[in-house]
Write a new protein. Structure first.
Ligand code: SF4
Ligand code: SF4
Length: 142
């Protein structure tokens, strides 16, 4: 039984650091800005990051994966946490949930941090709020 009472992001998600979202899932897209931020964080230049930590995916670029499918930056935790790409920062409050809220309950099957006991209206309002918060945070980054 779920209610339509408003919920916060913390009410319906608490990361368990299991790393499952850093494994497989078709890759983590990175923009040139993401690559520059990762390079800065690692004390490298963008070309080194592109060459050593990225891979092509069609016309886009994704973070490379280690054998076994884990992201190249996963080592018991995200080793680039402060500069991880947008799709990692946003998870699990993603646009796909706004388009099709039932995705939340499917995502909960593979992400133990997601609490599925929330109604769709409350979920959609919460995801909208979390995405707006992320964009506001990105807007004030240097
Ligand atoms: S799958 Fe979910 S709980 Fe596990 S690390 Fe990713 S976000 Fe956290
Ligand atoms: S950048 Fe970090 S959070 Fe994103 S997939 Fe890689 S290890 Fe996971």
């Amino acid at each position: 039984m779920t209610s339509d009472a408003p919920v916060s992001g913390a009410d319906i998600f608490e990361c368990q650091n299991c790393g499952q979202c850093c494994c497989g899932f078709g890759g983590t897209y990175v923009t040139p800005q993401n690559i520059a931020e990762i390079a800065d964080y690692l004390g490298l230049d963008s070309e080194q990051v592109r060459k050593n930590y990225c891979a092509p995916s069609g016309k886009k670029t994704v973070l490379a994966q280690k054998p076994g499918g884990y992201c190249v930056f996963w080592d018991e935790k995200c080793t680039i946490h402060p500069v991880k790409p947008r799709m990692c920062r946003a998870w699990p409050f993603i646009e796909n949930v706004l388009r099709a809220p039932e995705n939340w309950y499917i995502m909960a099957d593979s992400c133990p941090g997601i609490k599925p006991g929330v109604s769709e209206p409350a979920l959609v309002a919460c995801v909208r709020h979390e995405l707006a918060r992320l964009e506001a945070h990105n807007a004030i980054l240097p």
